[in-house]
Structures are given as C-alpha cells and as structure tokens.
Design a protein around this ligand. Structure first.
Ligand code: ADP
Length: 530
C-alpha cells in the first residue's frame, strides 16, 4: 500500500509538475506573442492580458483584470458591446466569433487605433471564456491610406480589374473621365467603359493579358477610346500593369485622356496643310507675276527700242538737212516721225508702265492682306450693305441698274475687310452687266448651322463654265477682256473670306447671270436676335 501511496503521491507530484510546466509555457507563450491577447468571461470581465496587449492599450495587466472589456472600446461601439455579448449568449448568433475583422481599440490616453480582432470561444468545464487576439494594423492602414492618396491624386484615371473583367477599384479621376459614380462602376464589367463597336473583342484582349501578364501599353497601333456614361467618347492612352494580390491577379490600368494632345496634333497637321497650300499659292503668284509683268516689260523694251531707232532716223534726217539743200529733205517723213511715231511709242511705253504699276500695287495689296490683322466682331450686314449702296449709287445710275438688298443676318468678322469683299462683288456685278437688258442686282442672306451665307446675284453676262474655276486666281481675267480691271478683285475677296474661316464660290450661266456665294461664321446669338 505504502508503495502504492508513495506511487500515487509521486504521480500527483508529476501531474503537478507537468501542470506547472504547462502554465509556465503558457505564460512564456503569452509573453512572447506579438499579438495582443485578452480573455474575458461571459460577463465581459477581463481575466487575462498579455504584455503585447498591455503595450497596445497603454495599461498594465493589473489595471485591466476584473474590468469590463468595454473599457478598451471607443464609443459608439462600447455601448453596443454588452448587447453583442448578451445576444450571443442568448441566441448563439455569431457576429464576430471565428471571424477576424477590423475594429477600433481605445488606449488609456484616450486615443484610438485600428486593430484586427479575432475572437475564439473556449470552454473549460462549465466555464466559457472568450479569447480576443488583437493585431495593431495602424501601420498597414497608414500604408493603405498613403496608397489611396497616391491613387487618388494621380492625374490619370486608375482602374483595377480582376481576371473575370470586373472593376474592383477606381479613383476619382476615373469617375470624372467616365461620368460614373464610384459605386456605379465597382463590380461592373470593365467593357461598359469601352465603346460598343470594340466591346466584342475586348474580353479576348483581356484574356490574353491574363495568360501572359506583363506591364505594357494597351492596344499598340490601335486608336483607343473611352466611353462615358452619356455614350460620348474620348481618345485615351492606357498603360496596363499586372498586380498579384490576395484576391488573385489583377490588372491596374492607368488611363490618360489625350483629347487635348490629339487636338494639338490636328491643329499642327492643319497648319502644315495650310502652309503647303499657301506655298503653292505663293508659287502661283510668283508665276502669274513673272508672266504678267513680262508682257508690259516686253512692250516697254520694244517701244523704247523703236523710239531709239526713230531718234536715230531723226538724227540722220537732221544731219542730212544741214548738209543737203532744203528741198531734198523729206518734210513728210519728219512730220510723221515727230507727230506720230514718237508720240505713239511714248504712249505705249506710258501705258505699259502704268499697267505694271497697277499690277505691282495690286500684288502689294494682296500680299498685305495675308498679314493684315483682322479684328473680328459682330457685323451688322444690313448697315454694311447700306454703306456700300451709297458708294455704288452713281455707277448703278450710269448702268441703269437696280439693287435690292434683302434683310441679312449678322456675321462674325472684320467689318472693314468684309466691306471690301462685298464692294468688289457688287462692283463686278455692275461692271459685267449685259448692256442688252436692264440690270438687276439682288443681295440675300440666310443662316445655315454655324454659318451666315450671303448671295450676290446679277443678271449680267455670266461666266463660261471653263472659266469659273479660274476667276479667283490672281491676275486672271477673261479673254478677250471685258470691262477693265487687273483680275485682282476676286483674289482679294477669296483671301479675305478664307481668312475669316469662310468660303466663296460662284454659280453662273453665260448670258444669264452670276451668283456669288459667301459663307462666313455667323454671329454668336445675342438677346437682340431672339
Ligand atoms: P477684274 O474684274 O479686275 O477683271 P476680278 O478678280 O474681280 O478681276 O474678276 C475676275 C474675272 O471674273 C473678271 O475678269 C470677269 O471675267 C469675271 N467676273 C467677275 N465677276 C463677274 C460677274 N459678276 N459677272 C461676270 N463675270 C465676272
């Protein structure tokens, strides 16, 4: 027996030792744990606090043991906590047990911090305790917040899309670009942001990205467009970056709206087209100038040579007159030279010089037009045409013609330059009237979309079809010449109209009349127009 009792006493000692060792291990474990560990009983009273939890909350264990755990929970969660516990004990409804979630902890100094809490329920005999394991996630939260700020503050739209093609994250720039609110985008297929005509192909592109993910620009060689909520589109450039996350592989797309860049490119292309056009025009001008200026020059040359020869003959005659008897002088010859040949040659020289002068001044006028500063404003075309009519009154009377001006819409332009346009057109209309019938000129106008279109119509001699395309060219005149002019009027008209961003064209039938159309930007609508 003694043996047995000694044995059992020995066994008891062993058990005790084992228990002591196990408790010491437990303490060591709790002390070493990085996570905070707090246990509470069914009433919510704290039983155990490990050093990590002490550090986390700024309390020492003995300050906490026996106190209600709600001490560590900030309002308004604190008030709810007792309710949770009571409900769980009553209904078994688990809200937090077995799940880890983010909650706020309250430190002794009154500050709070985010923590990830998981709660385990432990039964020891009849007793039931709850073990809370806490991890301070302030640092993680700060990193997340910093990341969020970076994502939010980039000038690009950012989207994160999962392998199924659903949007999992957007920044505020993406909301602005696409006109959707964040909650309207999250969970949606990314295809809603792709124009309909590209949608069908998009999932294939997406799939091939997920099969061989690498950071790269999207759609190299294709023009990409984003589609806004209202259905409108805008050109974009998209960079794709694969990102490995806990949710699996995601693709981060950074989207840049390149509307402005495209517009700038278009303007540049337009400018270089215009420059090429202007160069061509310059070449034409140079050709026309050298061609047209040569004719009067050749005349000047010819007639001055003739004058030289005439002079030499005159000198000969005079010499002979001195040497020979007076009755041998051909008086008729001398008369003809002085009274006819010389004045005639001089007349041609003067006319050629005058012609050259006119051509040169016309040329100057055209070249000045290209550089003249336009000061656009709303132009009252009724007032402008009334002014022109006054200056035309005499010519109209001379030609026995009438001019009707119908009510005209206002346009946007430089009044001085537009006066020149309509003066030239009406001058021509009078100049090229048909003497065989009563002249009738009409000016009408209408608004069409963003343009004001004016028509200057006459019932004059008209223009042959072959000739119509050329009349706007510099120095181009109808041969044989009808009327007088340098063939500059319409060149100037076209220059001015085009500098206004407008267009001029002609419709004409020989022997019936002509209609010159001038399209100009319409004046912005003001209250007085309504
Ligand atoms: P210009 O009148 O000095 O010859 P323009 O440039 O004004 O030069 O006109 C070029 C040519 O176009 C004219 O020579 C004429 O043949 C033709 N033209 C212009 N306006 C009319 C018109 N209203 N009716 C008929 N022909 C016209």
């Amino acid at each position: 027996m003694a043996d047995v009792s000694t044995e059992s006493a020995g066994a008891g000692k062993q058990v005790q030792d084992a228990l002591a060792t196990s408790e010491a291990r437990m303490h060591a474990l709790l002390a070493a744990a990085v996570d905070g560990i707090i246990s509470i009983d069914e009433r919510g009273l704290i039983q155990l606090v490990n050093p990590a939890a002490e550090r986390m909350f700024g309390y020492s264990a003995h300050e906490l043991i026996g106190k209600n755990v709600s001490l560590l929970i900030p309002s308004p969660y604190r008030e709810e906590h007792d309710g949770y516990l009571a409900r769980y004990l009553g209904t078994g409804e688990k809200r937090i047990i077995g799940i880890s979630r983010e909650v706020e902890g309250l430190r002794k100094d009154g500050t709070s911090f985010p923590t990830e809490l998981s709660v385990a329920e432990v039964r020891t005999g009849r007793e039931r305790i709850f073990l809370g394991i806490l991890r301070d996630i302030s640092e993680r939260k700060r990193t997340e917040e910093r990341l969020r700020l970076v994502v939010e503050s980039t000038p690009n739209a950012i989207l994160m899309v999962n392998a199924e093609g659903n949007i999992v994250l957007v920044n505020s720039q993406a909301e602005k670009y696409f006109g959707y609110r964040r909650e309207e985008l999250i969970g949606q297929a990314v295809e809603i942001l792709v124009p309909e005509r590209f949608r069908a192909k998009h999932p294939d592109y997406r799939e091939s990205f997920f099969t061989s993910p690498s950071a790269r620009p999207m759609g190299v060689g294709r023009d990409l467009y984003g589609r806004r909520k209202d259905g409108s589109e805008f050109p974009v450039e998209i960079g794709l970056t694969p990102i490995e996350t806990r949710e699996g592989l995601l693709v981060l797309s950074a989207i840049v709206d390149i509307t402005e860049r495209k517009r700038a490119e278009e303007v540049r292309a337009q400018l270089s087209r215009e420059l090429a056009e202007k160069n061509k025009e310059m070449e034409n001008i140079v050709y026309a100038v050298s061609h047209d200026l040569r004719a009067p020059l050749v005349n000047v040359q010819g007639f001055s040579r003739e004058l030289g020869a005439t002079c030499r003959m005159l000198q000969g005659l005079l010499a002979r007159q001195g040497a020979l008897a007076p009755d041998q002088v051909t008086a008729d010859e001398a008369h003809s030279l002085v009274n006819k040949d010389i004045p005639e040659a001089l007349g041609f020289i003067q006319a050629s010089v005058a012609k050259m002068d006119a051509l040169l001044s016309g040329l100057l006028q055209v070249s000045r037009l290209g550089r003249a500063l336009l000061t656009p404003a709303r132009v009252d075309m009724n007032g402008l045409l009334a002014e022109i009519r006054e200056t035309l009154e005499y010519a109209l009377k001379q030609a026995g013609a009438t001019l009707a001006i119908e009510p005209l819409p206002a346009c946007w332009g430089d009044a001085g330059h537009l006066n020149q346009v309509f003066s030239n057109l009406l001058d021509n209309a009078v100049k090229y009237l048909d003497r065989a019938r009563a002249g009738r000129l009409v000016v009408t106008g209408r608004v069409e979309d963003a343009q004001a279109i004016y028509v200057v119509e006459d019932n004059g001699i008209g223009i042959a079809p072959a000739h119509q395309a050329k009349i706007f060219e510099i120095f181009h005149r109808l041969e044989p010449s009808v009327g007088s002019g340098e063939g500059l009027g319409l060149t100037i008209v076209q220059r001015i109209v085009e500098r206004h961003g407008g267009r001029v064209w002609v419709e004409s039938k020989p022997a019936e009349g002509s209609r010159f159309h001038v399209a100009l930007p319409r004046a912005p609508t003001t209250r007085s127009d309504q």
